[in-house]
Ligand binder design. Sequence first.
Ligand SMILES: Nc1nc2c(ncn2[C@@H]2O[C@H](COP(=O)(O)OP(=O)(O)OP(=O)(O)O)[C@@H](O)[C@H]2O)c(=O)[nH]1
Ligand SMILES: [Mg+2]
Length: 241
Amino acid sequence: MQKDQALIIIPTYNERENIVLIIPEIKKVLPQVHILVVDDSSPDGTAQSVREMASTISDVYLLERPQKNGLGRAYISGFQWALQRSYQFIFEMDADFSHDPKYLPDFLNAIKENDLVIGSRYISGVNVINWPMSRLLLSYCGNKFASILTGISVKDCTGGFKCFRRELLEKLDMEKISSSGYSFQVEINYYAWKMGFRIAEIPIVFTDRKFGDSKMSTKIIREAFLLIWKLRLASLFKRNY
Ligand SMILES: Nc1nc2c(ncn2[C@@H]2O[C@H](COP(=O)(O)OP(=O)(O)OP(=O)(O)O)[C@@H](O)[C@H]2O)c(=O)[nH]1
Ligand SMILES: [Mg+2]
């Protein structure tokens, strides 16, 4: 494996239509990158499609989990898989083309001087395409709320297009991460910031998915809301995070 090898982790649940398109797109932009799909036994056969692609495209891997268990747990399995191997830069990326592969080189450039690079929708105004106003307001206000309460100076705390330096993930106590949905992103940013790692945001334009269904639910929103209060209270009482 190359010294500065990068891995892109893509969690999937019913993303067959998207995954067969996004893997070749990623390889077009970064031919050397390795890709790990973490699939929660999607009923639509996502895993089978990935297996077929892995037999023709180099360095495409599949990690299968027995049941749908949330984005956070899927990423943690992926991080552990990456740390068991010698990857230096580890990406989070959605399967549904909301995260355009064209930005991948920008992340690799920014990670040279940082430990965590976050693709941000809210650096200069709002760069989101095709979201209904209600979803945009939820995301934008959720982000404002998270940054005010936790004190973290990240403009897009809930975004899931990210690149970690290996050392950050090695230091992260994965057992401590409680979130399963989107708040996983807030939680991991918060711990990285508390541990003093260098965090940078780069601008991205986010486009809503064309194929497949959203997994957003009120349960995920409730979990995010509760997590932010939990982090706030923990920092008030100077708990160890
Ligand atoms: N393995 C696994 N992947 C998941 C799970 N929930 C979501 N994902 C994947 O995580 C990525 C991000 O979640 P999305 O489903 O795109 O989020 P969303 O709710 O669809 O939001 P929109 O795409 O904006 O509608 C996608 O690639 C999903 O397939 C899960 O429980 N397990
Ligand atoms: Mg999505």
